[in-house]
Design a protein around this ligand. Structure first.
Ligand code: NAP
Ligand code: ZN
Ligand code: ZN
Length: 346
């Protein structure tokens, strides 16, 4: 066991504070990673505040992890000391079910072991990336291509894959019109990736405040959902709507913007239940669906795609003692576009 410095929430809704945690020694297939950067995902906040239900405390959040391998277990073959690597939302899964064997570990029938706020196969709680080191089985570790610097690569491990996976699954590409709802951490990566895939991209944001950034990052159009005229103008327009909003929306209004057979894919995960009238999907054989992160093979594919297209996250690098302030800013939609913790400051 190694004692490692970390930032943890001691209890639900309590501010995060510096503490120490124990990491296991590198086992047979493990990789010990010196964490360099950790992104702040809105999911960290939902969980640290028990917005999604009961959670495990103390909680060290963080599932957008980028670092360098500093030790490998005796049986580990995929990585060597010095490799640049990433860890996302999962650190294990059953490896045997039909989803795991298909590379869809995020849908493991026995549930994946989440990077934090979970219990590992050793019976110990898992602790995430707001810390200086982590030990992970090599099968759940990703390679960060040379073309991506570690700070802008960290958010790809969640925000990147969570948008890449549904855009690919719902065939977003040339000739397709896609709308990204919410221009935050996930949303801005959704815009970059959809643009790189060749689609015509619209942003649906609460206001036009971030329009210049949206256009710079690849949006062809940018609309304010606070303006009712937006909904009149865009009726029946989109093949795919990717909803990244962390709060409930008026689903009927957004579904009416889909073409026949269009799909609204929800990756945002509000804390409250949502309500819809089913008539808003019946009308044009529309789909209301969802997507959760992505499997390990697809996460590597996404990293390689982002490196090839020069896509990193737009980040604001912070020190660990700014985490609580960053949480407030994320909640207030005041983020451009991902806070990333320099873990040397933990
Ligand atoms: P974020 O950076 O806070 O972005 C969310 C954006 O939604 C905000 O920037 C804002 O964009 C918009 N928004 C916020 N509150 C709103 C409201 N009340 N009404 C309308 N729009 C609002 O959060 P994130 O890290 O991208 O995460 C977004 C959501 O996805 C969270 O719920 C998170 O838990 C979830 N998530 C899911 C997965 C998955 O696997 N499915 C993975 C990661 C995260 P504008 O300012 O442009 O309006
Ligand atoms: Zn996340
Ligand atoms: Zn499984």
């Amino acid at each position: 066991m190694t004692t490692v410095t970390a930032y943890a929430a001691p209890a639900a809704k309590a501010p995060l504070e510096r503490t120490t945690i124990e990491r296991r020694g590198a086992g047979e297939l493990d990789v010990l990673i010196d964490i360099k950067f950790a992104g702040i995902c809105h999911s960290d906040i939902h969980q640290a505040r028990e917005g999604w239900g009961e959670a495990i405390f103390p909680m060290v959040p963080g599932h957008e992890i980028a670092g360098v391998v500093s030790e490998v277990g005796p049986g580990a073959t995929r990585f060597k000391v010095g490799d640049r690597v990433g860890v996302g939302c999962m650190v294990d899964s059953c490896r045997e079910c039909e989803n795991c064997t298909a590379g869809l570990e995020q849908y493991c029938i026995r549930r994946p072991t989440w990077t934090y706020n979970a219990v590992g196969k050793d019976g110990e709680p898992t602790y995430g990336g707001y810390s200086q080191k982590i030990v992970v089985d090599e099968n759940y570790v990703l390679r960060i291509p040379d073309g991506l610097s570690l700070d802008v690569a960290a958010p790809l491990l969640c925000a990147g894959i969570t948008t890449y996976s549904p855009l690919k699954h719902w065939n977003v590409g040339p000739g397709k019109k896609v709308a990204v709802v919410g221009f935050g951490g996930l949303g801005h990566m959704g815009v970059k990736i959809a643009h790189a895939l060749g689609a015509e991209v619209s942003v649906l944001s609460q206001s036009l405040r971030k329009k210049d950034d949206g256009v710079r990052l690849g949006a062809d159009h940018y609309y304010a959902t606070g303006d009712p005229a937006t909904f009149d103008k865009l009726q029946g327009t989109f093949d795919v709507i990717l909803n990244t909003v962390s709060a409930p929306l008026d689903f009927g209004a957004f579904l009416s913007l889909l073409r026949t057979d269009g799909a609204m894919v929800n990756v945002g995960l509000p804390e409250e239940p949502v309500q819809i009238q089913l008539s808003s999907v019946f009308g044009n054989r529309r789909s209301l669906t969802s997507s959760s992160i992505g499997g390990i093979p697809e996460t590597q594919e996404m990293l390689d795609f982002c490196a090839e297209h020069g896509l990193g996250a737009e980040i604001e690098l912070i020190h660990a003692d700014q985490i609580n302030e960053a949480y407030e800013r994320v909640i207030n939609s005041d983020v451009r576009y991902r806070f990333v913790i320099d873990t040397a400051t933990i």
